[in-house]
Design a protein around this ligand. Structure first.
Ligand code: TSX
Ligand code: MN
Length: 641
């Protein structure tokens, strides 16, 4: 095979990897093969090459910052074309009560699409992929990216190798994962090394048959993101957008990861990890699962503004937690990632000053707007940028003014930067033993009915609360209208094996003797007054008051009262010092009608989507909840606080 003459690393590939590269290069037919060493020089060379062909622009103002704007058809994860492929359908999805979704693509007549993921037969998918990948890298270079998810010297870290024809993917993977020659050294340490095989192509061989829009090659008509857990393989085609193309993150660390976790007895979850130090200097770590773009990054980087003096938040990760119990029975978490790929809009001095500071250097921006003096711009920065003295160019390269119909930045525009750039990164964020987790927090965007915070009764109830998470939909995927969607464990787009089995795995943990199980909570920052439509809770930095209550619960402080849905804060137990105009009764009101409806829709959801595969404990939890709600007197009674 042909490869760049200067690149000697090809000789360093273990034979399993070499034959994988050989096989895929024969299929994709790239002009060159280049093995990435992860060095500074290599990164500079790739960025310069991309700048030259117009794929990215250099920031005029910020050191080593780059801007990419994509083809407007390639801006988000494509859930309808994200597919798990195995031999048996039932290993991946249950058959929905009212049948599978109608087939939209006549070329994929046997795809099984459900609300909890899509399945197709492995052999059939391979045929479809071979047609797409045959010659797809002509005129391009195939980059070989060896990468590690998790810290070096951590026994629970895992290795992947991504073959891609996108230099944007290489530079982004260098930020999001530990990438390069060091990983090859790890692979060469053992006899027959284990790695997840990842193949990615933008799907535009050169010379291109159609114009390349914004110098961002992609193939939306043929986009497909496939996973083969039985072969430890990920194959993704047609999209350069991060969630579809950076295989380490959603494809590996969550989808393939959760299957490895089930097999090996650990957990791969869509959760942030934060360190919390209280005014006495005690430190605890929390995990939290929220649906995409619900403010996970903001919570992970919560800034102490002396709302409760003495609290300190440190960040371990903002998206993914790999967790397992240690010898002493403590739950330990690592962040498998090396950077942040965060939603830009909404990030501002008032919502997340830590992130704003973090992205001033060494950052790749995608689909943000730009100011005339070289700054980045997006919705939410209105108060941080002097709009009277600069002009703005939108992500679509159009002049933009305040009040313009379309947003300046795409709602799913992103920053991509190193975790080490975060000023409050936790000192233990790369610790190979992980950090000890004492609380798991679930959350969602619920405008009505779900109180600001509650604690679950026990482990099974906690699994039930995770399983019944619902949230208003966001811009992270292709959905646009605001509706309440089920998003169990915030894993709906990332489930890669049967959801019933996923719940059984979580439940089985509660049965193991000798484990110090973390306490579980549910939070909702998004309650609105139905009359004024105003948010009832100020959120953001003020959430430290809720973190404080959770912290005190972990210390067994007697500050909770039993309600039908869980333990609520006892009256006066949430520190509201210096907060005005808080309607605490409204924030904790448990309304009988609302919760009866909630039980009804949970039951419908379970029956329709999980049915016979739902563990019996979940039906029991639902019955118990419904019975507790039924006991609320019909005449409304003020609860708690
Ligand atoms: O991230 C958010 N958090 C968590 C912060 C640690 N967001 C943004 C979500 C979209 C990414 C929030 N939005 C939060 C929140 O706690 N709360 C809200 C809702 C809200 C929005 C604005 C105001 C209050 C609440 N206040 C004013 O606009 C003045
Ligand atoms: Mn996420």
């Amino acid at each position: 095979m042909e490869y760049c003459a200067k690149n000697q690393l090809l000789d360093k590939l273990p034979k399993e990897l070499l034959s994988y590269v050989q096989e895929k290069s024969e299929l994709c037919k790239p002009d060159h093969i280049y093995v990435c060493d992860g060095s500074e020089e290599e990164n500079k060379m790739l960025l310069a090459a991309m700048e030259k062909n117009g794929e990215i622009r250099k920031s005029k103002k910020h050191k080593n910052c780059w801007l990419a704007t994509t083809d407007p058809r390639d801006v988000a994860r494509v859930e309808s074309r994200t597919i798990i492929c195995t031999k048996n359908q039932h290993d991946v999805v249950s058959t929905p009560k009212s049948g599978f979704r109608p087939i939209v693509d006549p070329n994929m007549p046997n795809i099984k699409q459900t609300a909890l993921g899509n399945w197709m037969d492995t052999d059939e998918m391979i045929l479809i992929l071979n047609e797409r990948f045959n010659g797809c890298m002509k005129g391009r270079t195939m980059f070989v990216i060896p990468y590690m998810m998790g810290p070096f010297n951590c026994p629970y870290s895992k290795i992947g190798v991504e073959l891609t024809d996108s230099p944007y993917v290489v530079c982004s993977m260098r930020i999001m994962t530990r990438m390069g020659e060091r990983v090859l050294n790890e692979l060469n340490k053992v006899e027959s090394p284990n790695f997840i095989k990842c193949l990615h192509s933008v799907g535009v061989p050169l010379p291109a048959q159609e114009p390349i829009i914004n110098n961002w090659p992609c193939n939306p008509a043929k986009t497909i993101i496939t996973h083969f857990p039985e072969r430890n393989e990920i194959i993704t085609f047609g999209s350069g957008y991060g969630g579809n193309s950076l295989c380490g993150k959603k494809c590996f660390a969550l989808r393939i990861g959760s299957i490895l976790a089930k097999k090996e007895g650990w957990l791969a979850e869509h959760m942030l990890i934060m360190g919390v130090t209280n005014p006495k200097g005690e430190k605890k770590y929390f995990c939290a699962a929220f649906p995409s773009a619900c403010g996970k990054t903001n919570l992970a980087m919560l800034q102490n503004r002396d709302i409760i003096p003495g609290y300190k938040i440190e960040c371990v990760g903002d998206d993914i937690a790999w967790m397992r119990f240690d010898e002493e029975g403590r739950l330990r978490a690592i962040n498998p990632e090396f950077g942040f790929f965060g939603v830009a809009p909404g990030t501002s001095q008032s919502t997340n000053p830590i992130a704003l500071e973090m992205i001033k250097e060494d950052t790749i921006f995608t689909n943000v707007a730009e100011t005339s003096n070289g700054d980045v711009y997006w919705e939410g920065l209105e108060n941080d940028v002097d709009l009277n003295n600069v002009t703005i160019t939108s992500w679509k390269n159009q002049p933009w003014q305040k009040g313009s119909k379309e947003p300046a930045a795409h709602p799913n525009s992103r920053f991509c930067t190193y975790a080490s750039r975060c000023s409050i990164i936790d000192p233990n964020w790369e610790s190979p033993e992980g950090v000890p987790i004492e609380a798991i927090i679930f959350g969602g965007r619920r405008p009505t009915g779900v109180p600001l915070v509650y604690e679950v009764f026990d482990w099974d109830h906690g699994v039930f609360v995770g399983a019944t998470m619902r949230s208003e939909s966001t811009a992270a995927a292709e959905f646009t209208n605001k509706q309440i969607m089920n998003d169990p464990f915030a894993m709906r787009p990332f489930l890669a094996y049967n959801f019933g089995q996923y719940l059984s795995h979580w439940l089985s943990i509660g049965q193991k003797p000798g484990l110090k199980l973390p306490k579980m909570f549910h939070v909702n920052w998004f309650l609105k007054d139905p009359i004024t439509n105003q948010f009832l809770w100020p959120g953001f930095g003020e959430n430290i008051r809720i973190i404080d209550w959770i912290f005190r619960r972990l210390n067994n402080e007697n500050c909770a009262i039993k309600s039908p849905i869980g333990y609520l804060p006892e009256k006066g137990s949430i520190n509201l010092t210096n907060l005005k105009n808080i309607n605490i009764n409204q924030l904790f009101h448990i309304q009988k009608d609302f919760w009866l409806k909630e039980c009804k829709s949970i039951r419908e959801y379970f029956v329709e989507n999980v049915n016979d595969d739902l563990p019996k404990e979940m039906w029991t939890q639902l019955d118990l909840l419904e019975n507790r709600i039924q006991q609320i007197p019909a005449i409304e009674r003020e609860k708690c606080a």
